[in-house]
Design a binder for this molecule. Sequence first.
Ligand code: UTP
Length: 290
Amino acid sequence: MPSAIRTAVVPAAGQGTRMLPATKAVPKELLPILEQPALQFIVDEAVGAGVDHVVIVTSRTKPAIEAYFERNEWVESILDKQGRGGLADRLRRYGSDVRVSFVYQDEPLGLGHAVACAQPAVGDEPFFVLLPDELMGDSSLLSSLGSVVEATGVPAIALKRMERHELFRYGVVDPVGDARSVAGADVVSFASVVEKPSGEAPSDLVIIGRYALLPDVFDDLAAIGPASTGEIQLSDALSVQASRRPLNGVMSNVSRRDIGNPVGWLQAVVEAGLEHAEYGPAFKAWLGQR
Ligand code: UTP
């Protein structure tokens, strides 16, 4: 069920250093999973959760991102002729049912800074944040986050249990109280976030790249300073918010692929190949022979 949140922010101004040298010329967010760029999946996920305004935080060094969202009737007609009318229709939505706005982050000063750049386009409304280097199987997680915000009036952040040896890569939450069901979702409250813990982590629950936030997060992002890395961290602003009242963590049960690194990207491509209605069987047979 789509929630009442209509705006999604997609931070896409990072440098994609783990995918160099491809990202010299092609933004990480446009690297293809079969024939569709990652950003197409992200926008489809947001639209599936009821979003009609997508705000992309980009960099002037990545003009291809804007080019992708320009309407191009020739491309749409070719897709129609190839029998891919569903995809053509999804591209036709840009500029009509789905508004796509661009805001610029001049320097990659961190995820929190990127989200803060979106404030003028978001206004005084609740909004989703979707990190485009994580692909989710469907829109259900985002919809649940929206429903939990509606039911509680408190921000909701997607969580996943992770193996202990992987925690150092993530923001790890400090849970409070028992897990409970809210609007059909499994919710765990948390009182703070430890970003990339170097020592003992507070739990094995990590933040994955989907958030449903309230506009007061912009005040906290403006008030916090840079972390020791020099970046403005979204997790620091969430910790400030959680110190006022616990935030809601929503346990994810959708499939997730981290495509921001070469192996994760390859896994996503192979999986999409295996699942593809047309190419899947032949690809699976080829892979089996290998
Ligand atoms: P990442 O840290 O995974 O992306 O940020 P990155 O910095 O581009 O990649 P590496 O680590 O150098 O390989 C997650 C998302 O947040 C965006 C990125 O574009 C990415 O989609 N981001 C990150 C920004 O928009 N601005 C920033 O300052 C940092």
